[in-house]
Design a protein around this ligand. Structure first.
Ligand code: UDP
Ligand code: MG
Length: 326
């Protein structure tokens, strides 16, 4: 509706190559939505500079200076993609009825935002952008991503298949999201927990046009591990089950040894011994690693550090000085 204020939240980590093009496309999208009377003329694009070390912030400030529809916050240091999203949503919340998060490289098709807004009007509080396929991914990324979603499903983590962080949320859904105070953020898992009515819109994802991915293999894997260990204690239970299986094997071995002893058969070499030594050692270490992952998480959570520190804001006036949102 014409009274609904939309904020498009865009996290940026060294995105100088793509920012001007992205801004042009997002502003023209806002124009068309306003013209179609789907959102209020007070709608904005909000850039979150996540501690960029390139020219991103000066480009964003320049864009904000020439157009008041461009708003921005700059984080004092890199807080990571998920925290940058939270920072943007938190900053937008007092001003907006609807918030859409989208990556700065616009690999996700921003034109489907209109459909998202329609679904919101239809009564949905959360609308997930879901990729129709993974054709634009490399074979490796496609296979690992599919394996990851399948594993998450098996572990009962509520993720939407092929949905990344391109989604619409109503202000009340965002307000609820802010109550999830954990540091190990995996928004794709938390947003479904928030509940409310949701729907999917489908789009084709394109390749990155400029700049490079901020998710190299190592970071992607640690993100996946975060996703699993922040939501599921099944790996710990698996360690327990593994322990049981080992005890059973040990019991079988004991029986064998006893039989060998009483039938006076010679113990044949050390190969089996040394093999089991290595095998058990490896399993113990692996189990310790899994348990350690959880203890590490507890450690980080109890410290309760702020997720980010906002250094500066642009074109974001105090909402209390203006008319109230409703
Ligand atoms: N990003 C961020 N902070 C980070 C890493 C990434 O704000 O520490 C932003 C980045 O600028 C982009 C989005 O998160 O807008 C997604 O990153 P990218 O496109 O590199 O990921 P990919 O599409 O390759 O998975
Ligand atoms: Mg990208």
């Amino acid at each position: 509706m014409i009274n609904d204020v939309l904020y498009i939240v865009v996290p940026c980590d060294n995105e100088q190559e793509v920012l001007p093009g992205t801004n042009e496309r997002l502003l023209s999208l806002l124009d068309s939505l306003v013209e179609a009377q789907k959102v209020s003329p007070r709608s904005r694009v909000l850039y979150v500079d996540d501690g960029s070390t390139d020219e991103s912030w000066s480009i964003i400030s320049g864009m904000a200076a020439s157009d008041t529809r461009v708003t921005a916050i700059k984080l004092a240091a890199n807080a990571g993609h998920q925290n940058a999203l939270m920072a943007g949503l938190e900053a937008a919340l007092p001003h907006a009825h609807i918030m859409v998060t989208i990556d700065a490289d616009l690999q996700d098709d921003c034109t489907v935002i209109e459909q998202m807004v329609d679904r919101y009007e239809g009564g949905c509080d959360v609308v997930y952008g879901v990729r129709r396929d993974r054709k634009s991914d490399s074979w490796f990324k496609r296979t690992t991503a599919q394996a990851f979603y399948r594993l998450m499903h098996k572990l009962d983590v509520p993720t939407v298949y092929n949905h990344a962080d391109f989604r619409l949320m109503s202000s009340r859904a965002v307000a609820q999201l802010m109550r999830y105070r954990e540091r190990n953020l995996f928004l794709r898992g938390i947003v479904p927990l928030v509940g409310y009515r949701s729907d999917n819109v489908y789009y084709d994802r394109s390749a990155r046009t400029a700049g490079k991915s901020k998710y190299p293999l190592g970071k992607m894997m640690s993100f996946a591990v975060d996703g699993i260990t922040s939501f599921s204690i099944r790996p710990v239970r698996m360690v327990f089950t593994l322990g049981l299986i080992f005890l059973f094997i040990a019991l079988c071995m004991l029986t064998y040894v006893l039989i060998a002893y009483f039938t006076h058969r010679a113990v044949s070499g050390w190969a089996s011994l040394i093999l089991s030594l290595w095998f058990i050692g490896g399993c113990v270490l692996m189990s310790l690693g899994i348990v350690g992952e959880y203890i590490g998480k507890i450690y980080i959570e109890v410290k309760d550090r702020p997720r980010y520190n906002v250094e500066q804001t642009v074109n974001l006036t105090d909402p209390k000085k203006h008319q109230s949102l409703d």
